[in-house]
Design a protein around this ligand. Structure first.
Ligand code: SF4
Ligand code: FES
Length: 343
């Protein structure tokens, strides 16, 4: 089947969605997605970020679709023509969806661990309005402790339901979900149960905002001060690939995550043992710097080539940093695997 998006045509298999076809073409025409996740069955259709305009339904029925369509759940038809970035209507709709998502989302990026790798931050950078028209009070929730590894910040949740799908599809017993309805809808365990399944840490990776963060990394560092390296270990947990990204600050592993692609989706899920319990460099075989995604402040620190050693010469009395921290910011001596394709 042939489908054309923003003037670029591609042949796709029946059953391919418009979003998947756009990702096959790549580039700026790919719609943003906050709830669709290629590794989770049934994801998508909730956030409306991925709206596109279908200007020609198909070769058999060329009428345009009157409403904007969610590209992650709309299948391609032969001869279909779609406008994404090229449509003013779509740009306007993405702006409105962003404004809607930000109605209740707190603007606490300066203290949020997700800052720098947050899909909502990237979305508002591209489509956000510098001023909010919302004068009412934002909805807030009582803090809930969901266990030793994962921090839930319900005020930041956009109810994409990816974490619920992780629990449904990767763990044996789901103990959390979406409770209540409308403005009161929230992610909760209901009776403050701990989420402790061996694969539960993947909820942190799939959460597009800072609603679920890693307690073992909390407030340790801004992500752009870390250097992400692909690494692997012989993991004995059934179902875990043992292939991860380790986030280093100097010679210290501060965080372990799944390996993510350019759409911030993990290639394979990992177990809690790899994620939370193995933070020593000796635990891992470091392969080399991981590939950078296109929308990330981490790009600012691109270190795929050997860099000169950085000497951070801060004014001691102004920044009050510890001498040890200034040294750690300097590049660690990690051998680079030059066979890796990094951009
Ligand atoms: S906690 Fe995160 S992953 Fe779960 S529904 Fe909220 S935004 Fe989505
Ligand atoms: S990504 Fe399509 S509706 Fe959320």
């Amino acid at each position: 089947m042939k489908v054309t998006i923003d003037g670029q045509s591609i042949d796709v298999e029946p059953g391919t969605t418009i979003l998947q076809a756009a990702r096959m073409i790549g580039g700026d025409l790919v719609p943003p997605a906050m709830c669709y996740y290629s590794k989770l069955k049934g994801s998508g259709g909730k956030c409306r970020c991925c709206l596109v305009e279908v200007s020609k339904g198909s070769e058999a029925d060329p009428r345009p679709m009157p409403k904007l369509m969610a590209s992650c759940v709309t299948g391609c038809m032969d001869g279909m023509e779609v406008n994404s970035k090229s449509s003013d209507r779509v740009t306007e709709a993405r702006k409105s969806v962003t404004e809607f998502l930000l109605i209740n989302h707190p603007l606490d990026c300066p203290v949020c661990d997700q800052a720098g790798e947050c899909d909502l931050q990237n979305l508002s950078f591209e489509h956000g309005n510098p001023k909010s028209r919302f004068i009412e009070e934002k909805r807030t929730f009582e803090p809930e402790n969901i266990g030793p590894n994962i921090q839930l910040h319900m005020n930041r949740c956009i109810l994409c339901q990816r974490c619920v799908q992780v629990a449904d599809q990767l763990t044996d017993n789901r103990v959390h979900g979406v409770l209540d309805r409308g403005d009161h809808a929230n992610i909760s365990t209901g009776i403050s149960k701990a989420i402790d399944n061996e694969f539960s840490g993947n909820m942190i990776d799939v959460c597009p905002v800072g609603a679920l963060t890693d307690k073992t990394f909390r407030f340790k560092s801004r992500v752009w001060f870390n250097k992400p390296y692909n690494a692997h270990r012989e993991c004995t947990t059934p179902g875990c690939c043992g292939k991860t990204t380790v986030w280093m600050f100097g010679g210290e592993i501060q965080r372990v995550t799944g390996r993510k692609d350019e759409y911030h989706e993990v290639e394979e899920f990992i177990c809690n043992s790899c994620r939370f319990d193995h933070k020593n460099v000796e635990d891992w075989t470091i392969e080399g710097p991981r590939e950078f995604e296109k929308d990330s402040v981490i790009n600012q620190n691109n270190y795929t080539q050997k860099l000169e050693k950085v000497q951070i010469d801060t004014e001691k009395n102004i920044l009050l940093g510890r001498d040890a921290d200034r040294k750690k910011i300097s590049m660690a001596e990690i051998p680079l695997n030059t066979n890796n394709k990094n951009s």
